[in-house]
Design a protein around this ligand. Sequence first.
Ligand SMILES: CC(C)(COP(=O)(O)OP(=O)(O)OC[C@H]1O[C@@H](n2cnc3c(N)ncnc32)[C@H](O)[C@@H]1OP(=O)(O)O)[C@@H](O)C(=O)NCCC(=O)NCCS
Length: 199
Amino acid sequence: MIILHTARLRLEPITTQHLDGLHEMDRLPEVMRYISGEPASLEQTKAWVARVQRCWAAWGTSWWAFIDPASGRVAGAGCIQHGRTTPNLPDDLQTLRTNPLEIGWRLHPDFWGKGLATEAALRMAAFAFDDLAAPELIANRDPNNKASERVMQRLGMHYRGMEPWYGVPCATHVLSRKAWLLGAGAASASQITPANSGS
Ligand SMILES: CC(C)(COP(=O)(O)OP(=O)(O)OC[C@H]1O[C@@H](n2cnc3c(N)ncnc32)[C@H](O)[C@@H]1OP(=O)(O)O)[C@@H](O)C(=O)NCCC(=O)NCCS
């Protein structure tokens, strides 16, 4: 179990104990608008949690639930995972190990506008570069998802272009290890600090 901490959040590897809190978020259309395009059913959230648990077992990295320590609520979720071009996970997850590591996030709307996605993203990026020795991190978004683009920019990522991931065209951003090490993010992964914008 790789639990990460930031100034305001505890990041816990997702298990079935987070199911209800995650579903409180993923059932909301405004959360899923640029992800699947539709609210998740409880069955879909359960199936996602099961996939996430398979990925943790195979790779030692996947999705965390972001816990607000004060209330115990699930404030959001985020990942460091191997990206894929296909919509569905293959049976053999080892086949994805050579794919680049991808960072991702979402928050329950009660926690938007407080800097929590960026705070968690900085900590997850530090895990990818420091613990997994990632040469680079990518992030994918719907091209209309401006809020997520701003998180990518705050992290110091640069736009690489439209690329096919998960079977759909995505706006793809990248953060190299060199840029991370040069940027402020590496120095202070638990703070909201703008990373090196020239990277
Ligand atoms: C994408 C998403 C996580 C961004 O959330 P967010 O709250 O805007 O992002 P952050 O946590 O980094 O917060 C930054 C915002 O908080 C504000 N803020 C308030 N207090 C702050 C603080 N102490 N520190 C930093 N920022 C703070 C910033 O001004 C900024 O707002 P702005 O973008 O309007 O200028 C959120 O919109 C979301 O969950 N969307 C639905 C799911 C989704 O699309 N996920 C991404 C798929 S690619």
